[in-house]
Design a protein around this ligand. Structure first.
Ligand code: NAP
Length: 294
């Protein structure tokens, strides 16, 4: 149980509702900020205004998956219009030094703020358990985008998945399940061997230029410029690129447009296509970490 733990949830979208519900169910004292337009809030949670007073008694602050921007502004889908949530240095300074800040991914502003105020920062998307579970709604979302933007079936299409990390692996297996001819790019020979054992057709990422011309679909998960003008110049004009890597992605979008190749950066898919599942993934991870700390 989380009895006695004081949690402040600052902003966020539908994913946070699952987090709030689970924490309140486990008897934590949960204050929520930026949820004013929500008619029904999870039992046990209390709506509050953001203030130094609220934060002085917090053990845990939970920020949205995207954290805050480089000026500390926090997105809050359920806040009344015009409400501004900003985690300023003054507010961070009000938090007790033992407190923890949970988010999906932290930008430099938040990292610096936590380090300056001796706050423990937990980036959930850095954790394998969260990233691997999250790869499922990500892959499903990418499939949805592919279907919506092409006039051919995934079945029998040649699909390249660039990178075989946590997202790339699930992406490749999902495409394989739909009957695509999947080729997956890896950096190392040992990963190529692993991919073969798993029934995938691997190639080395550095050889992408030799494979790009066959692709109907490319799903990029490599957060580096990988689909360059040189690669794009070898691709069929009818092929479609879904770039899943974090912004700015790994595609030369300007050149893709010039060549008439459709290319799309598709961030935040779990929260878009499966907010409930994405919320459960985050909630499970937060709750197990908080229970471990008890
Ligand atoms: P990951 O497990 O670290 O996988 C990244 C892959 O990229 C690995 O295969 C890695 O190879 C490869 N890679 C990295 N830098 C490379 C380079 N310079 N050249 C060649 N290969 C390189 O990461 P992940 O969890 O799968 O996430 C991948 C990306 O997707 C991240 O940017 C993440 O933020 C994003 N993401 C987006 C969504 C969405 O909704 N669009 C959802 C989840 C994640 P090695 O294994 O050899 O290092």
């Amino acid at each position: 149980m989380l009895t006695g733990l004081r949690i402040v949830v600052l902003g966020g979208d539908a994913r946070q509702l699952e987090v709030i519900r689970r924490c309140a169910e486990l008897d934590a004292s949960v204050s929520i900020v930026g949820f004013d337009t929500l008619q029904q809030i999870p039992d046990g949670a209390v709506k509050e205004e953001l203030s130094e007073h609220l934060l002085t008694s917090a053990d845990v602050v939970i920020l949205p998956v995207v954290g805050c921007d480089d000026e500390g502004y926090i997105q809050a889908k359920y806040a009344t219009e015009g409400t501004v949530l900003q985690l300023t240095p003054e507010l961070a300074g009000a938090l007790p030094v033992h407190s923890s800040v949970y988010t999906g991914i932290a930008k430099p502003y938040l990292k610096e703020l936590c380090s300056n105020h001796n706050l423990r920062l937990v980036e959930l998307l850095e954790r394998d358990d969260v990233a691997i579970h999250n790869s499922i709604p990500t892959a499903e979302g990418a499939i949805m985008i592919a279907i919506q933007n092409t006039d051919f079936t995934i079945h029998n299409s040649v699909a390249l998945v660039l990178g075989m990390g946590r997202t790339g692996f699930t992406m490749a297996k999902t495409l394989q399940g739909l009957g695509a001819d999947v080729r997956v790019s890896v950096r190392r020979e040992e990963d190529a061997a692993k991919a073969s054992v798993m029934g995938l057709k691997p190639f080395l990422t550095r050889d992408l230029a030799n494979y790009a011309g066959e692709a109907d679909l490319i799903f990029n998960t490599i957060p580096s410029m990988i689909i360059t003008a040189q690669i794009l110049s070898k691709m069929k004009p009818k092929s479609f690129i879904i770039d899943l890597a974090s912004a700015p992605g790994g595609t030369d979008f300007r050149y893709a447009e010039k060549r008439g190749i459709k290319a799309m950066l598709a961030p935040g898919l779990p929260g878009i296509v499966a907010p409930k599942t994405a919320g459960e993934i985050i909630a499970n991870s937060i709750v197990s970490l908080l229970l471990c700390d008890q």
